[in-house]
Structure formats: structure tokens, C-alpha cells
Design a protein around this ligand. Structure first.
Ligand SMILES: Cc1cc2nc3c(=O)[nH]c(=O)nc-3n(C[C@H](O)[C@H](O)[C@H](O)COP(=O)(O)OP(=O)(O)OC[C@H]3O[C@@H](n4cnc5c(N)ncnc54)[C@H](O)[C@@H]3O)c2cc1C
Length: 354
């Protein structure tokens, strides 16, 4: 039996956008409810934390200097940043015929930051403002309908009645997962279907170690390869340099391999350059994001990275102005990134207040 609930504002999705919007509304004393399909908050922010290992970021990690609104938001939440450590040299694996080379990284690059304690710190800080009765985990929204001047939303467990509904889903996922009555126009449906979800095809790996055996004064673990499976790798040790890890990306074509085959290929490739110490990892983690059905659903057409991200059609309100769209991919500011998620939450917050 489905439970019936009434809420002024229903936010679909408990990722960075949904939580930021809830936080902004809460600060104004406005009640909202979050319904989240996963059994955890954070969406594409997912930090694994083992005792005696640094936070291992399987999703969002880096904050760029131009992401000013996000940096300001983090400051307001008393969240500290620290520099990503690249070192002066990187290993480059160019092709099968040339042995790998050490290359100099360009000096004076734009600074890139990480969150002290892991990106999940941001999610935990925002979730503090959440009253448990206003959060429903493990509930997948299936449909939204306009009925008698209200929106009625069906999840697999509840029926909600709301004055406004804010979707924070990546638009292409919304298009495939949520039925809308009356149907949205073909213009927005076509844009949604063809909106790329940032990083949804990526495969991330992280390995933690008791000692930073790879580090020297000039080399900190930065590794690039045109061969794969690993195509990029970086030092992933914690802010205080007390716990050590490497973290990087596997080429997306390896999603068809079994997890064990991918792991063996990664260890073989990296041990060629980092030595057999590599096998002494304390934890090995990988995440194939395209298999996360609450992030990605196969596209019908080929989409280029960021295609249709920040399209103006997402700024409009639908179903008698009661259905609004937020989420990193709907933002015209840094779309796809955490900054885009926070900017979209602020944009919809302003729209709701007006
Ligand atoms: C591997 C990877 C690396 C990344 N690296 C960076 C980085 O270094 N820097 C950066 O700025 N950004 C990065 N990003 C992007 C960043 O993670 C996103 O911009 C941001 O987290 C998006 O937040 P969001 O809330 O808009 O969307 P999401 O995090 O996707 O949240 C949407 C939420 O909706 C939920 N949901 C889905 N379907 C339903 C449904 N039917 N009913 C209810 N809930 C539903 C999902 O479970 C999810 O929690 C990365 C992403 C990935 C995957």
C-alpha cells in the first residue's frame, strides 16, 4: 500500500542540487521534502571512507578556481579546501612502440582544489538541516500529474500532493524514468532526451596504501596513458598527508569487462610504472557509473560531452508553472559540475520565492 503525504515543495533527488535547495528553503523557514531513489544521499558525489585510509572519491572530486559561487557556498558552510597535488613531473604512456616517458607539467597552472575530509563532507553538512520526516530514501519517483491545481506525484512507495515539484534529475534520466500528465511538449522532451549527463559514462578507480611509496620531491603520482585501461591517475592522499591513495579513470570502453578482469589489467599496467609495491594496496575500489541506473540510462542518439547542458528551456516552469527543473545539467553556469548544481539550486530558490 502506498502512503499519502502532503508537502508544499517536493524535491526529486537528494544529490547536491536537491540538498542545496532544501538547505536554502529551510534557512527561510520554508518546508520541503526530498524523495531520493538511492539508499544514500549525494547522487554523483560518493566518497568511500575506510578507517586508516583517506576519503576515496568515486564521484565528484575537484573544484576549479572559476567555481566562485561554489567556493563561496562552501565557505558559508565552514568547509575547507586544499590543493590537489600534481608534482612537477608526470609519467606519460604514449603508444605501444615508445616506452613511457617522464614529462614536465606546465608550471603556474590554474589551481584545483579538493574538499578537506572528502566531498561527502559537503553532503553531510547540508543533510544536517534535514528533518528525517522530510527525507524519503529508497523511493523512486515514477510519475507527476497536474490534478485540480496541485501536482500529484507517485513513487514506488508513496503518493505525494505538492504545490510545486522540483526535479533535480539529469534531464535525460527524467525523460526516461518519469511520466508526466499532461505530457510535456515535444520541444522540451526532445531536448531532455538529448542532454548529456556529465561523467555518467566514466569509470573511476582508487587504491589506498599504508605508505606513499610512489612520491618523490618532483613526482607525486600523476600518470597519463593513451593505451589504458587507466588513462589518468593522480595522488589522492588526504589533506594532512597522513593517509595515502592514488585515484584515476579507466577508459570507458572497459565497461564491458568483468570487475576482476579490469582490476587485473589495472594492476598490471600500473605496476609496470609504479613497481610491485602497487600490489600492496590496503583497499581497491572501482565504480562504473554507466551501470548506475539512478544516474545513467542509455542515450538514444550519440551525445557529445555537455550537449544541451544549460539549455534555456530548463529555465521555464511547466504544468501550470508548478513543475521546475534544477540539477547540474540545467545550469547555464558551469553546467555538469558541482558549481552548476549549486547555481541551479540558487536559481530555482529565487524562482520559488518570487
Ligand atoms: C565520476 C564523476 C566525477 C566527477 N567529478 C567532478 C569534479 O571533479 N568536479 C565537479 O565539479 N563535478 C564532478 N562531477 C559532476 C558532479 O558530481 C555533479 O555535477 C553533481 O554531483 C550533480 O549533482 P545533482 O544533484 O545535480 O545531480 P545528481 O548527483 O545526479 O543527483 C540526482 C539525484 O536524483 C536521484 N534520482 C534519480 N532518479 C530518481 C527518481 N526517479 N526518483 C527519485 N530520485 C531519483 C539520484 O539517485 C541522485 O541522488 C563528477 C561526476 C562523476 C560521476
Amino acid at each position: 500500500m502506498q502512503t499519502f503525504r502532503k508537502t508544499p515543495y517536493l524535491i526529486i533527488g537528494g544529490g547536491l542540487t536537491g540538498l542545496s535547495l532544501h538547505y536554502l528553503l529551510q534557512k527561510q523557514g520554508i518546508e520541503s521534502t526530498i524523495v531520493e531513489a538511492r539508499s544514500r544521499l549525494g547522487g554523483r558525489i560518493y566518497t568511500i571512507q575506510y578507517p586508516n585510509s583517506p576519503p576515496m572519491e568515486m564521484g565528484a572530486t575537484w573544484i576549479m578556481e572559476p567555481h566562485k559561487q561554489l567556493i563561496q557556498f562552501l565557505k558559508s558552510l565552514n568547509i575547507e579546501l586544499f590543493d590537489q597535488n600534481y608534482g612537477e613531473l608526470a609519467i606519460l604512456e604514449q603508444n605501444r612502440f615508445l616506452s613511457a616517458q617522464k614529462i614536465h607539467l606546465p608550471p603556474n597552472r590554474e589551481k584545483i582544489y579538493r574538499i578537506k575530509g572528502g566531498t561527502a563532507t559537503l553532503i553531510q553538512r547540508l543533510a544536517k538541516s534535514l528533518n528525517p520526516t522530510n527525507l524519503l530514501l529508497d523511493e523512486k519517483v515514477k510519475s507527476i500529474s497536474l490534478e485540480k491545481n496541485k501536482l500529484v506525484v507517485h513513487s514506488d512507495k508513496s503518493i505525494f500532493e505538492a504545490e510545486k515539484v522540483i526535479s533535480t534529475l539529469p534531464p535525460s534520466l527524467f525523460d526516461k524514468q518519469i511520466e508526466v500528465f499532461p505530457r510535456l511538449g515535444s520541444d522540451i522532451r526532445s531536448i531532455m532526451e538529448n542532454t548529456h549527463t556529465w561523467m555518467a559514462e566514466s569509470i573511476k578507480i582508487s587504491l589506498s596504501f599504508s605508505k606513499p611509496f610512489w612520491k618523490s620531491n618532483t613526482f607525486q603520482g600523476t600518470f597519463f596513458s593513451h593505451l589504458g585501461p587507466v588513462v589518468e591517475l593522480y595522488d589522492h592522499s588526504d589533506a594532512d598527508h597522513r593517509q595515502f591513495a592514488l585515484m584515476g579513470f579507466i577508459h570507458e570502453s572497459f565497461h564491458t569487462y568483468s570487475a576482476e578482469d579490469r582490476k587485473q589489467l589495472v594492476l598490471k599496467q600500473l605496476s609496470n610504472h609504479f613497481g610491485t609495491h602497487l600490489y600492496n594496496y590496503t583497499h581497491y575500489e572501482e565504480l562504473v557509473w554507466r551501470k548506475q541506473s539512478n544516474t545513467h540510462s542509455a542515450y538514444i542518439n550519440y551525445l557529445s560531452p555537455h550537449q544541451n547542458n544549460g539549455h534555456g528551456i530548463f529555465d521555464l516552469a511547466y504544468l501550470d508553472k508548478k513543475l521546475l527543473f534544477a540539477g547540474a545539467e540545467t545550469s547555464s553556469i558551469s553546467p555538469g559540475y558541482m558549481q552548476g548544481a549549486v547555481a541551479s539550486a540558487h536559481k530555482v530558490f529565487k524562482a520559488l520565492l518570487s
